[in-house]
Design a protein around this ligand. Structure first.
Ligand code: AMP
Length: 302
């Protein structure tokens, strides 16, 4: 089952208490694709500038990641820079330079039009909807990520897009902002009325909570001795989650539970090194081994 993702491919400058990197490959689309490709082939829809060379592309090579939807536009690649606090719970965005991303109008290659699973990464909700409009038959599973910028800035457009979405994946703050409801379960009910039937709330070091109208499921973040760089943890979570669901070919309580575990596993690998460094070397064997540890970590009998 092919999985299409639209999202940013970027250069990031990141500073954490463990060090600093200057212009490393990043972007939500990059993290997502590198995480999801362990489960199913990924089609990446994004834009990069003239400064994005074959060398930068090489991180995707040798993996089932189709780059025919990666557009090269005149100008510079999207650049983002952020600094983390001492305990890494807070992040300050220092610079956001949209560059070629400002004029991005996603155009799907013909070969992508049969995508049955789609993830609309955190971009303008109008563009997210334009991706869906290009796909003749409605994908079986549509996931979406968004952020405060769009929730506050283009609420009506976001609502229109959400009507088409099955699974919304956002953090707790965004859940509250989108619904005006502090209690997450009551907030979930409001979100179900907007379109999505499943809400996945990403809660950083506290793991993630899935709420649907039928059941709830919670996973912890895998305990690590050293977290070097939290950037992209949420996008890697989304990649593991959607990749697993696309491979399973069915959405039911059992596959959603496993998708949550694989999401958390991929997120936990992403934070072990700076940027996409850890995901770039990750193997399926390592993923399965950590998933088994997860099962031990959370198992109990009543
Ligand atoms: P996360 O840590 O999950 O928030 O994702 C961080 C990644 O998102 C970085 O690699 C950034 O390049 C990318 N990013 C930051 N701001 C934006 C934005 N406004 N739109 C799209 N991608 C962004």
């Amino acid at each position: 089952m092919s999985l299409l993702v639209v999202g940013s491919v970027a250069f990031d400058a990141i500073e954490t208490p463990h060090g600093k990197v200057d212009r490393t490959l990043g972007g939500a689309g990059s993290y997502f694709a590198l995480a999801a490709c362990h489960f199913t082939p990924v089609r990446l829809v994004a834009v990069v500038g003239e400064d994005f060379t074959e060398k930068h592309k090489s991180v995707f090579r040798g993996r089932p990641i189709d780059l025919s939807g990666l557009e090269h536009a005149p100008g510079k690649t999207f650049f983002w820079s952020g600094r983390y606090s001492r305990n890494m719970n807070e992040r300050t965005t220092l610079v956001t330079e949209l560059n070629v991303f400002a004029g991005f109008r996603p155009a799907l290659p013909r070969a992508y039009l049969d995508s049955s699973t789609v993830f609309l990464g955190n971009i303008d909700p109008t563009l997210q909807r334009s991706v869906l409009k290009q796909i003749p038959r409605k994908p079986r599973v549509i996931g979406l990520d968004t952020m405060n910028y769009w929730i506050e800035g283009t609420p009506a457009e976001l609502r229109r897009t959400l009507k088409h979405v099955h699974i919304l994946m956002i953090n707790d703050e965004e859940t509250r902002q989108l619904t005006g409801e502090h209690n997450l379960l009551r907030a979930a009910k409001r979100i179900f009325r907007m379109g999505p039937r499943v809400l996945v709330i990403k809660r950083g070091e506290h793991g993630a909570l899935l709420v649907s109208d039928k059941f709830m499921f919670s996973v912890p973040a895998y305990p690590l001795e050293e977290v070097r760089d939290p950037t992209g943890a949420g996008d890697s979570f989304a990649g593991g989650f959607m990749g697993y669901l696309a491979k399973a070919g069915r959405v039911n309580p059992q596959t959603l539970r496993c998708a949550m575990v694989y999401g958390s596993v991929l997120g936990s690998f992403a934070v072990e090194r700076f940027g996409v460094e850890r995901l770039a070397t990750l193997t399926r064997r390592e993923i399965e081994s950590r998933a088994r540890l997860f099962s031990k970590l959370t198992f109990f009998k009543l």
